[in-house]
Design a protein around this ligand. Sequence first.
Ligand code: AVI
Length: 321
Amino acid sequence: MLIDLHPQPADMARLVHQGMADQPKQLPAWLLYDAEGSRLFDAICEQPEYGLTRTETALLEAKAPELAAALGPGVLVEFGAGSARKVGPLLAALQPPAYVPLDISGEHLEASCQTLQAQYPTVPVLGICCDYSALDQLPAHPLLEGQRLLGFYPGSSLGNFTPQQAQALLSQFAHLLGPDAQLLIGIDQPKAVERLEAAYNDAAGFSAAFAKNLLVRLNRDLGGTFDPQAFRYQARWQSEHSRIAMALISDREQTVRLAGRDWTFAAGEALISEYSVKYGPQAFAELAAAAGWRCAQRWSDANDDLSLHLLVRADSGHTHP
Ligand code: AVI
């Protein structure tokens, strides 16, 4: 079952106008995820240099019963579920009354819903295709009515927002999930620069293809005239911001038409395709606190590369881990 709330072309054009007028030019990360972008992202997750997915999946598998016990009963709402490959152990341990994956990539989401429904026939699955960062409220649905909601936000996708946007997003999740909610969130941590830069610039070229697919997508869906060959992909660690900046660098001065307007690039000018901010446990706890959440418990892998944080509402009086 799928509810389709994908942004309309006029909304996409408005966001593109805003982002292209920014300095540096930058577009919302969710535009990367058309059907091809979602496929390329899945391929990135399997590259030897990109350990995030493997580490988090292993941690979820190992800790699923503990995580389920800490979360308690409720409908599981996953933000940015994509292929929903991580949630299995949690569904098995939690046996929630329903599982509600949200994702921007409709076709991809539909396929994941079908696969999961077949694997977990006792858990009703309700997919919602949407930009979860712009969702004011969850749609009314019998599966959600009167239920306590548990948020699940793995993959460190919070890092694809600036810290200011990330704080707003965490506050919005609190609002969407309601007073009794908890949020289980996966956060990638800072580590050696060489490892970080390699993770976002895999030798097989999937990271570059993923970023360049943005231009193909913009050409197709928003009347763009980008020549992907005229841009080069770059991923750099910016320690002052604790983030990887992924960019498409214009190899010459050029003017591109997009969403009904002309945009000029200087030679060497960047179009930021994505940031990926990394938070250590302390920095993340501060960010969560600013958004009204308290870190109740943390799990991490043996190398302490990545954390799963269990967040409870700061005003809930909930004392359990
Ligand atoms: C989805 N997100 C957490 C990925 C990341 O690691 O920031 C997106 C990504 N882009 C290129 N590689 C991975």
